[in-house]
Ligand binder design. Structure first.
Ligand code: GLT
Ligand code: MN
Ligand code: MN
Length: 361
């Protein structure tokens, strides 16, 4: 059945290979779904009407693959993407799965681990560039602690900066044209993660050597984990020109990383988020970083993926109706105080007249 909520390429809906291939493993229970190869995964994404696929290096190329294996895997994946009509807008790197990163990657105490993390990211950038990606996400999942006995947290910030500055130089050197999008999360898998919220990264970025190359990738669930309003984080990122990517999903506050289907937990909050993205004309990918319930089989995964996109389009439609609704717009036009200017530019005479003014509280 096709209707006006069918996804189309211009909607720029993307999924990570890790999202639709999620097998439902959690810390307490094993996989409930069979593995889905990257090439079959891309075919599935084509079938449900997605536009793009994103990947970590090791979602596609095993960490121990030889150079020849890597090249064959990449070639076959490119053919699979072509056949499915799927593009690769974003790439990222796994700096969290391998046991080597147990103490962190860019911030680990062992300098060999830190250097390996930078090398692994450079190779992931090579891979992403080969697949046509222009956005490179960095989620520092292991950049944190269980106890602050292990290092001073400001030392960790310096190490993180050095790593990212180096990768920006590599980006320039190789002419890859990547925009880096830093993704925050308050906790899990570490007890505490150094850059816990999008706001923390927005404070960190201006301290980098190439701040123009680096923005953020806010994730709805990660802001909700911290009990925050995800829209406010997204809006602040947008306002300073740093919304380079977005991870859409859903999450109840204060819980583990639930990665629920988009808009399935907080539909009203997600209405405001979609309305914002559409109103401001955000032109980047709408990436769903979520997964199906453990109770679902492969058909359920397809329903889940279709559901993410459909929910977005329903909310987009409602946002357009909100904007077009005469009654709503009439009520809004009665609100006092339009515009963003409050007191204008400072001048001594202007400040004197402001001080002299009597306000009717
Ligand atoms: C992991 C994490 C996500 C990140 C992915 C990119 S991996 O699933 O929980 O939020 O976006 O590294
Ligand atoms: Mn998440
Ligand atoms: Mn994410």
């Amino acid at each position: 059945m096709s209707d006006r909520y069918d996804p189309r390429p211009e909607h720029k809906f993307s999924f990570g290979l890790w999202t639709t291939a999620n097998r439902g493993r959690d810390p307490f229970g094993d996989s409930v779904r069979p593995s889905l190869s990257p090439n079959d995964n891309v075919a599935l994404l084509g079938e449900v009407g997605a536009w793009g696929v994103n990947l970590h290096d090791n979602d596609l190329v095993p960490i121990d693959a030889t150079a020849a294996e890597r090249d064959r895997i990449v070639r076959e994946f490119q053919s699979a993407c072509k056949a499915a009509g799927i593009v690769v807008p974003m790439a990222t790197v796994s700096l969290f799965f391998d046991p080597i990163f147990k103490d962190g990657a860019f911030t680990a105490n062992d300098p060999e681990v830190r250097a390996y993390a930078v090398q692994k990211t450079m190779r992931a950038m090579d891979l992403g560039a080969e697949l046509g990606a222009k956005i490179f996400v960095l989620w520092g999942g292991r950049e944190g602690t269980e106890t602050d006995a292990c290092r001073r947290p400001d030392e960790a910030v310096k190490r993180l900066r050095e790593g990212i500055d180096y990768l920006c130089e590599y980006n320039i050197d190789k002419k890859y044209g990547f925009k880096f999008a830093l993704e925050a999360k308050p906790n899990e898998p570490r007890g505490d993660i150094y850059m816990p919220t999008t706001g923390a990264y927005l404070g960190f970025i201006p301290t980098l050597a190439h701040p123009e190359m680096v923005g953020v990738n806010p994730e709805v669930a990660h802001e909700h984990m911290a009990g925050l309003n995800a829209l406010h984080a997204v809006a602040q990122a947008w306002e300073c020109g740093k919304l380079f990517h977005i991870d859409l999903n859903d999450q109840n506050p204060g819980r583990y990383d639930q990665d629920f289907r988009f808009a399935s937990a907080t539909p009203k909050a997600m209405f405001w988020l979609v309305k914002f993205l559409e109103d401001v004309g955000y032109a980047g990918p709408r990436h769903f970083d979520a997964h199906a319930y453990r109770t679902e089989d492969l058909n359920g995964v397809k329903d889940f993926a279709r559901g993410c996109m459909r929910s977005y389009l329903i909310l987009k439609d409602k946002a357009a109706r909100w904007n077009a609704d005469k009654e709503i717009q009439g009520i809004l036009s009665e609100l006092p105080g339009k515009g963003t200017s409050t007191v204008g530019k400072y001048s001594p005479s202007g400040s004197a007249s402001l001080l002299g003014k009597t306000f009717d509280r």
